[in-house]
Write a protein that binds this ligand. Sequence first.
Ligand SMILES: *Cc1c(COP(=O)(O)O)cnc(C)c1O
Length: 399
Amino acid sequence: MTVASSPLLDRLQQKLHELDTQHLSRQRRTVSTPHAPRMTVDGRPIVAFCSNDYLGLAAEPRVVEALQQGAELYGAGSGASHLISGHSTSHAALENKLAEFLSPWVPSARALYFSTGYMANLALISALAGKDAEIFSEALNHASLIDGARLARAKLSVYPHRDLQALDEQLRQSHAKEKLVITDAVFSMDGDIAPLRELLALCEQHGAWLLVDDAHGFGVLGDTGRGVLEHLDLGSPQLIYMGTLGKAAGVAGAFVAAHETVIEWLVQRARAYIYTTASPPAVAHALLTSIDIIGSEEGGQRRAHLKDLIARLRERLQLKHWQLLPSDTAIQPVIIADNATTMATGKALMEQGFWVGAIRPPTVPTGTARLRITLSAAHTAEQVDQLAAALVSIEKSHR
Ligand SMILES: *Cc1c(COP(=O)(O)O)cnc(C)c1O
């Protein structure tokens, strides 16, 4: 049956056509191998520089084995939401482990495990920021923080990227009884680290709480991988820490570590926590192994290797026109600016066997389309050298 004419379909078709002509349509590629730098994509072997598997744990045999063991212990699914009968001993053990992991920086913390980071942010912000509150959100925040703030009933103010003075002014002028500043710790499309020490000082001065989304720092930053708070040695009871477990931890999900009262409120009232099936207990079981590796000496070696690769890439990637952004993290963006050239460069890299994310608006501001190179401890120095050489030569051929 065909729909002869429908305003909805007509509009969607026209919008899709517009995306096409602006080089903004996106396509999925299909991966048929485990997640590692060498993968098979649409049937072809490539080396990937676009994953968030920063420590190379996604295909780590001990983590995979723990997942299998978890399935044997607990079965495939959780069967219900956490507040009904889906909360297993593996979820509880993971939450205890994470709370302990973060305890030096978030005193009297409890941790709560979520199926995804996106949901954690929706749940957290909408449950905490009621109509008497004001949210202060950094301009380059991740979509999940933005959507969480939209869902909350609180007033919303956005402050420009890294602009402490503007935030100070907004906090000063606010009459809200409760204030919540929300920020990425490592900006996901830029790779820079938020000035958290200064942000925390401002929050303390104005009685605001600080929510830090450490999706790209947990497991990667800090001597023992505990993330940005360890890296900067920052702690406060008015900190709410969110870390994801599908990136450096290599599995899936996220957690919030915060004051026990905050966590208890989320359990009672956060809709995106309550009204959804608990993730498979086997996933939480696998994460116990993954967190052990992150905190171990081996985790430290993986982080040291990653650090070497970051320095190596920056040294070799000598570009003339395109701009490698200043970043010390595993996220190394190259700004090309226009959408068509960014796409063409991504394609040229793919033809040479490298998969790098080409990021366009609306994920980044218009006119700042970029390649987002991400490095992993699973990469070799040789692979990094080859990528840098390929990109330098593609830039030459464009000019
Ligand atoms: C990836 C990401 C999320 C979402 O986490 P998922 O577990 O992938 O849903 C949230 N915040 C930031 C900054 C991220 O990069």
